[in-house]
Design a protein around this ligand. Structure first.
Ligand SMILES: [Zn+2]
Length: 59
């Protein structure tokens, strides 16, 4: 069974940005296929600037 990469959503008030590992994050120069867990520790939400801790996995 292969591990699926999860999408993560920014929980900051009124943000709701979703990080999709299949798309990456152009604004932060993250290429496609990078799991959220593998993002750099200083990754920030491209919309509101929240840190990784503000993100929660979604189905
Ligand atoms: Zn955000």
């Amino acid at each position: 069974m292969s591990e699926e990469m999860k999408m993560y959503q920014c929980q900051f008030t009124n943000c709701g940005f979703i990080y999709n590992p299949e798309r990456g994050d152009k604004k932060n120069k993250i290429p496609k296929g990078v799991d959220f867990e593998d993002l750099p520790e200083d990754y920030k939400c491209p919309l509101c600037g929240a840190s990784k801790k503000a993100f929660k996995p979604i189905d």
